[in-house]
Design a protein around this ligand. Sequence first.
Ligand SMILES: [Zn+2]
Length: 312
Amino acid sequence: MGLPQRRLLLGLNNAAMPELPEVEVTRQTLAPVLQGARILSVEMGKPLRWPLGIEAAMLQGCVFGPLARRGKYLWMPLSQGATGRVAPASLADGRSGCSWPAGGLLVHLGMSGSLAFKPGAQSDEQPGLHEHVRLHTDRGVLGLTDPRRFGAVVWSPALDQLPASRLLAGLGLEPDDTALSEAWFHEQLRRRRAPIKQVLLAGNVVVGAGNIYACEALFDAGIDPRTRAQRLSRPRTARLLKAVRQTLQQAMALGGSTLRDFRDVHGVSGGFQDQARVYGREGQPCTCCAASIRRVVMGQRSTFFCPHCQKR
Ligand SMILES: [Zn+2]
């Protein structure tokens, strides 16, 4: 697809962004190849949403630890390798001499970002057109491709220290967090007057239910997306919580949704979009009752639902 057309499509449909399942699939795919890999050099291209926050050369010699994820953020812990340089005292927060973790990179894929790892790639290979960060390691090259440049790679001494702590503040619970009980979820929704779809998208109760997944989960739970969160009964919120978890699990099992921009690190398209029962199906028959699927715009995002199966 040519670039102008691609931009047009993105402009018409802002749902084409990596969501939690895509980030988790990326983490699962990258973790085994990156853990233990040593950074040889770093190339930074055009500016991203936020600066790296450290001189790129400081990362040279650092070794990747186990990758983690929080919301849509990927955390790549780094230790100081034997020949690595030491982070400046201001960043190491007084823990000089501490070797694990020395800090790490917090990565966000923004609106259109994707990470690709090329094993054993030659370092003299030219970066891709929209490849703005390249980490050359002793195992291959990790590249961040991000046409819209809303993504970021940010150095932080730890997840619970600045700047990571600021970026992660306000995130809701992870869908698989045991603290996310039916009672807690219902209590949180009772405090919110906004439509339930908006509450899910805000991600400050539970993370992960981006536009496509929120639409699908609300369909599964039989809830009209325009219903005020506080009006939902305890049994309905319990059904919704279950639906959110199942939808995200299904998306991860299918390798994430693709829409237009997401490719996982092996370049394989995810398959969730093909399974969507309301998302992107305006005017088509509901798979359950054959009524025509409706589209409304909520918070500038397209929202799809079945007017018959989903109740206020
Ligand atoms: Zn229906």
